[in-house]
Design a protein around this ligand. Sequence first.
Ligand code: MRU
Length: 348
Amino acid sequence: MFTTVDWKDDAVVMLDQTLLPQRVVYRRLKSWQAVADAIRRLVVRGAPAIGVAGAMGVALGASRIRRKDPEGFKKELKKVVRGLARTRPTAVNLFWALERMEKMIDAHAGSKDELTERLLEEAIRIKDEDIEVCRRIGRHGARLVKKNYTILTHCNAGGLATAGYGTALGVIRRAHQDGKNIKVLVDETRPVLQGARLTMWELLKEGIPATLITDNMAGYMMQQGIVDCVIVGADRIAANGDVANKIGTYSVATLARAHRLPFYVAAPLSTIDINIPTGDAIPIEERSSKEVTHIKNIRVAPRGAEARNPAFDVTPARLVTAIITEKGVLRPPFRKAVKALFKGAQKR
Ligand code: MRU
């Protein structure tokens, strides 16, 4: 297997996803600023994975702060948390993980060294929990997958996007293990090609039958009767079930509805943002237009071409058949299902 992000010898270690599949290179990051930069540049990406990276960034920042007086130390730490929060706006898992770290900072009354240790323990806990949560998502989701299904997926919601097992790919992994003889159709996912580069890499490694298509082939495949269902991950789910995920997900969901195919979203509870009533309020990251005008630094559009690059879109809840979580499968109406799931949870 591989390690998406982890703590090793006083540093954060992550597999550089910008270089996959050509090169498998692990980066050793020794400052929180380097972690922030890695999140921004997609060295580590995928909602749960950037949550883990953010938490580890806080632990790393704590271990590098010189100030010993508790007040001054905490003040410096808050700057680290704010710095990491400024990296990518859409995936709520980052803010969820940073809030967990911040709660620990606020509640701590002991020494600087103790707090530093606690923060590292918490970051490692967030990582370990994610693996277990994804396994559960896999178990619940695999029940929706019938024998001989061909599943279309978009972007990468695999081990690379989480602490190691995956959400959408967790379901696919589990269905494959259960001997369901499934096949996967993988959208290449322009502009950054997470499907072609990362999902295909993971599926090939696991020996799960997979075929790569360009994004604009999905409709044709559905029309030909080749696709049985769609399973994708999510970056943020609003309280009403609207789903922000990689740009192009909305198009796939619309196509799935037009062809009467189930459209499943697999995501941990940490991706559900009960503070956001509908998808309209989800901040959508706009990345450099160079990701569109170029592919891997090779210009594909004429010099001077203007380009837009929203990294995510929002699929309205009405197009979602079910949301697969670690606590079970949510069905519409999602507002009610989400409310029941978060009963008693505090809003921000
Ligand atoms: O820009 P990315 O690569 O971070 O976007 C990732 C996605 O959109 C994933 O589908 C999502 O984070 C779910 S990962 C389990």
